[in-house]
Design a protein around this ligand. Sequence first.
Ligand SMILES: CC(=O)SCCNC(=O)CCNC(=O)[C@H](O)C(C)(C)COP(=O)(O)OP(=O)(O)OC[C@H]1O[C@@H](n2cnc3c(N)ncnc32)[C@H](O)[C@@H]1OP(=O)(O)O
Length: 202
Amino acid sequence: MEKVIIIGGGGHAKVLIDCIESENKFEIISVLDDNPDLHEILNYKVLRRTELKSQNNVKIILGIGNNITRKKIAEESAADYITAVHPSAIISKYAKIGKGTVIFAGAVVNAGAVVGDHCIINTGAIIEHDCIIEDFVHISPNVALSGGVRICSGTHVGIGANVIQNITIGSNVTIGSGAVVIADIPDNCTAVGIPAKPIKSH
Ligand SMILES: CC(=O)SCCNC(=O)CCNC(=O)[C@H](O)C(C)(C)COP(=O)(O)OP(=O)(O)OC[C@H]1O[C@@H](n2cnc3c(N)ncnc32)[C@H](O)[C@@H]1OP(=O)(O)O
């Protein structure tokens, strides 16, 4: 079995560990986290980067929920990233999934959808046909994206949000939990509500 190291030891890493164990394709050999107070996660010892012995032929996955931190680490280190897909997720054979991306239990990615690198498609999220999910996006649990939606890079779609067909949500956007998006959302803002409207720029 191929060996993998998880970088990041927070809540998202717990679900990722469970996903990788369920998939049974990779052996998790270490979890790395720079927080000196973090010593164990589930059944794994957490190591600092300096404590890791040099490893050959090891693959990496980022267990970090925050899009900005995940992007920073991915851009700092050229590694051989795996893609983790929970066995209960349904991925169309006509969909494309990028490297470093994780797809959790019960998620559905339908035909013609393209998911970029280092994305999180969280538990029970639905990515309908022909959606484009750019790199470093997080689609939270129970989000439903209708057909032909584009989510630009670094955006976080909050838990339970719904997006109607053919909408574009810009880059580095946060969509609030439970929002219903019925019009395009510009870059660099937070949008909430039904219908979703920008409430702040950042
Ligand atoms: C497995 C996992 O855990 S995955 C992670 C899942 N978590 C999420 O999806 C969280 C998504 N985050 C949210 O919904 C947050 O509330 C955010 C990002 C939209 C806003 O957070 P902040 O930027 O801190 O804004 P803040 O809490 O100050 O709220 C600003 C205003 O928006 C309102 N607001 C905040 N969130 C929402 C929302 N989801 N829907 C409607 N209104 C909202 C607030 O009531 C407040 O209104 P007011 O100014 O009239 O008082």
